[in-house]
Design a protein around this ligand. Sequence first.
Ligand code: ADP
Ligand code: ZN
Length: 435
Amino acid sequence: MYWDRAAETMDRRDLERLQLERLNATLQRAAHAPYYRDLHGARGAGPLPSLVDIAGLPFTTKADLRDHFPYGFLAVPMEDVVRLHSSSGTTGNPTVIYHTRADIEAWADLAARSMYMTGVRKADVFQNMMGYGLFTGGIGLHYGAERLGALTIPIGPGNSKRQLWFMRQFRTTVVHILPSYALRLATFFAETSIDPRKDLALRIAFIGAEPHTEETRRRIEQVWGIKVYNSYGLSEMCGPGVAFECPEQNGMHLWEDHFILEIVDPDTGRVLPEGEWGELVLTSLARAATPLIRYRTRDLTRILPGPCACGRTHRRIDRIRGRSDDMLIINGVNLFPMQVERTLMREPAIGSNYLIEVHEENFMDRLHVKVELRQEAFEGTLAELEHLAARVTDELTAELGVTPVVKLLEAGSLPAAEGKAVRVVDLRKSGGKGA
Ligand code: ADP
Ligand code: ZN
């Protein structure tokens, strides 16, 4: 039941000793990267006498990665690098993360460990519907599945008809998919009269790469008739395989032999105690080409206290609530897009896609929530639709503390991204960054 029993169930004291050892080795290696050499000096920031001393080191941010593009964070000779991944970089320089052969192997092993934990075995057929390319989502679990020995189908996202054909043809048992696409595919099953329980061999799905709620997971589990596990990762820390749910489905074990986990107050940077919500900060412990120290992920979560019944000793983080930079301020009220999703997914008549728009009307912010309904919902009377709109408005008002304008739409009327879903469009002149 464990891919690597010794690593996964290591006694906390041994695990922390290993972390300190690896942290000090990382600090030394990082001194070869121009950015950290300038920051800490040629001898590096260590050795630190204990793990808590990491709080004395400065953070690394996405802006630092951008500003020191392309080689500022490279800590090995270029000839030892076998791959790079890069983020799109819609503003300014992209960010780039380099990997040595050993980095890739360690990442593949974490991905295999994560998938094995949920019950994936050699005999499984793994259909990988995540994007490949510079994005780490697809290729990350691809390597993990091959290492595990499962038959891997690198199909990528989109083209639901073809996805379905492959699922039937090769009796796919495990999929890796964006939650937004899993919802849309559920609608496609319904339209084509496919009953996944009867017509398909699916057992497990991994969803990740974008924020989603517990309600969304449950909905996918119900419609698909399978177990759905949350998978967390980011390119800066390799990609998927950083934190993953075990069969207990009570938060994601963050692989602490490879990363140091801290939660900090996003405003002050102060380290927060277990259980408190804040920004996840990660330090890589086993990476050679691009070691990162105290990287601010901007992802909001908390450490879940207490041990897990599965026997793994690595601490668990809660479902990502959103990014510190995707909080919306509507007439002074703070809210997160996930609060909207949570409310919507509880309503059975609501379909698989929604969009939040923020408008400026008469110098006031106005929240518009556009939601697609299931086909059946339109078969009712107009009065029923009005009643539904009123109910959804009330529920959103109760959750958010502001009253949105709710627009009910037919299935397929909102834009559907092939990559990560775009859930918020801010049309205010200030862009919501304070007027
Ligand atoms: P970006 O989206 O910044 O271009 P990545 O492709 O590396 O970069 O995506 C990593 C980000 O995706 C994470 O920082 C997080 O915001 C989001 N993400 C990844 N997995 C999850 C998950 N399981 N739940 C919520 N958000 C996730
Ligand atoms: Zn567990």
